[in-house]
Design a protein. Sequence first.
Length: 267
Amino acid sequence: MSVDFSKEDCFHFPTMDQRNLYTLRDYLCNYKPPKGCDHVNILLLGKVGAGKSSLINTFLSALHGRTISCVPTGGNPWPITLELKSYRTGKLQFWDTAAWNALENPERTKRVLLMILEGRVPPETNLQGFNPDSDDAKYPVIAENVIHGVAFIFDVNTMDYICEDKMKQFHELQTIVVQKYIYRVVIGTKFERLGIREKHHAWIYEYKPLQEKIKKLSDSTGMDKRSMFVVSNQWKGDQIEQIKCILALYVLENMVRNINKYLKVTV
């Protein structure tokens, strides 16, 4: 059975050898932010079931070279994330939050996101019961919690047919991030469900059906397809597969390098 690949429309070419794995891991594990910034805060934002929590586990596993599952995921023990939580390793701090369609009112969701970006929502806050209309003095800025980068998380299998109202909501959330001058990317998860065999995962960005999905999302959102990546959250027990590690570290390194540029301008 032939696999539909296209180098012509490829937008990422990560090197899949062990040397690149060590290079990516070394950069990220030894990263030092510009003077005046202690660490980098990366917020993961997506719909229910997109794989936000699992992706944090994937990043931590890829960074440390062993399976890590410290972040509760769907059904373990609750089906969805309701609280704002952070997980730090070295100079990188990942923030997990409620899905953008988990809070009842889209306008309230936007206000909550703005406060999270500004570092005004305390960690462990239950966002379903959080009142974003409280007086600013009640929730002052916590400098070490200000968000520097946002990853919008999509299930690769559904990213090309998002309903109109959810796409509108995504546009509005993305606009808030842009207005705060925060670097942003899109990360597609669960690509293994596309049916591409594991032996072809090293060429996932050359897989034509994936290219078409990302192009459609790029056209509808206005985001450059070069800021769109894919990661697999599927691991085999304690085994850390090299290709999946590289795919995870590749997007993370891209985010950190670009966040670093932003910080040098703003810090």
